[in-house]
Design a protein around this ligand. Structure first.
Ligand code: GLN
Length: 280
């Protein structure tokens, strides 16, 4: 393949209906050739092996596999995270959960994340706060492997631990020897019936277990509201990502369990995205 490699890839991606063909072409070339993606337009030639790899990635992409799952990595907030088909891809929508959690965190606090997945939320918070400790819980051992790798590459291994646990199990709280200061979670919140209507990139490549929130999408919030109060310090917080239109219901669920509503924060699209509650 000679010349116009970049333009050829853009055309293939655009013809295949990819929304941001230029950006994705740069990222793909950058990844395969191990160069800065911004230098991708300058390349003049590639090896046969690189061409084969690029063609393979382009084919996967045109079959609907999301770019981050092809490359095995995604940028989120200020950092790069390893991802796989066993974790929910980090979304820009979730960065606001990180920002709000950082505001509520004091130096030396312990932060617990329920459903830690790739670790992108918990590890970003730890990275931005002084002397904090993290606990990441997930039911998926494969997800925890990814979270641990991300902790290692961000040099946070000494500041966090990961526990394989299902929050539906009896005795969930037994794994905490002391109370935490902050809980964060982006639990599964899609209504079961709506899963089949999601984009194929989400439906086929994000783990169902990270999406399915039950009949009304609120199952996990009900469960979390019930089990979490005994493990948070008095005056401690829980911050939850919620789906569009769910904020009020989630607030009510927690108020009923004796939590105090602190604040609900909108995302950049004006959707109520993060519900913050206080253990009064
Ligand atoms: N935000 C994701 C989506 O809309 C869902 C993530 C979740 O259920 N927590 O696809």
């Amino acid at each position: 393949m000679q010349n116009n490699i970049y333009e050829d890839i853009i055309k293939k991606m655009a013809d295949g209906g990819i929304q941001s063909p230029r950006l994705e072409a740069r990222l793909l070339i950058g990844f395969v050739l191990k160069i800065d993606p911004n230098d991708a337009p300058l390349i003049k030639s590639i090896s046969i092996k690189e061409k084969e790899e690029l063609d393979d990635f382009i084919n996967k992409r045109l079959c609907g596999m999301p770019l981050d799952k092809i490359l095995g990595q995604k940028s989120f907030y200020k950092y790069d995270f390893k991802v796989s088909e066993n974790v929910l891809s980090p979304r820009p929508d979730t960065e606001i959960l990180v920002e709000e959690a950082i505001k509520k965190t004091k130096a030396e606090d312990t932060i617990l994340e329920l459903g830690v997945g790739s670790g992108c939320v918990l590890l970003s918070i730890l990275k931005e706060t002084r002397g904090t400790q993290g606990i990441g819980i997930d039911v998926s051992i494969e997800a925890l492997k990814i979270a641990k790798e991300n902790a290692k590459s961000l040099e946070l291994e000494q500041r966090c631990r990961f526990i394989e646990k299902n929050w539906n199990d009896d005795g969930f709280n037994d794994c905490f020897d002391k109370k935490v200061d902050i809980i964060v979670s982006n639990p599964p919140y899609i209504k079961t019936e709506e899963i089949k209507t999601l984009d194929r990139e989400v439906r086929l490549y994000d783990p169902l277990i990270a999406l399915d929130g039950g009949e009304d999408g609120l199952d996990c919030y009900r469960k979390i509201a019930k089990i979490c109060q005994p493990i948070v310090q008095k005056e401690g917080y829980i911050l939850l990502e919620v789906g569009a239109g769910q904020a009020q219901d989630v607030e009510k669920i927690f108020l009923r369990q004796g939590w105090a509503h602190e604040q609900t924060v909108k995302d950049l699209a004006g959707i109520k995205r993060v519900v913050i509650l206080k253990n009064k």
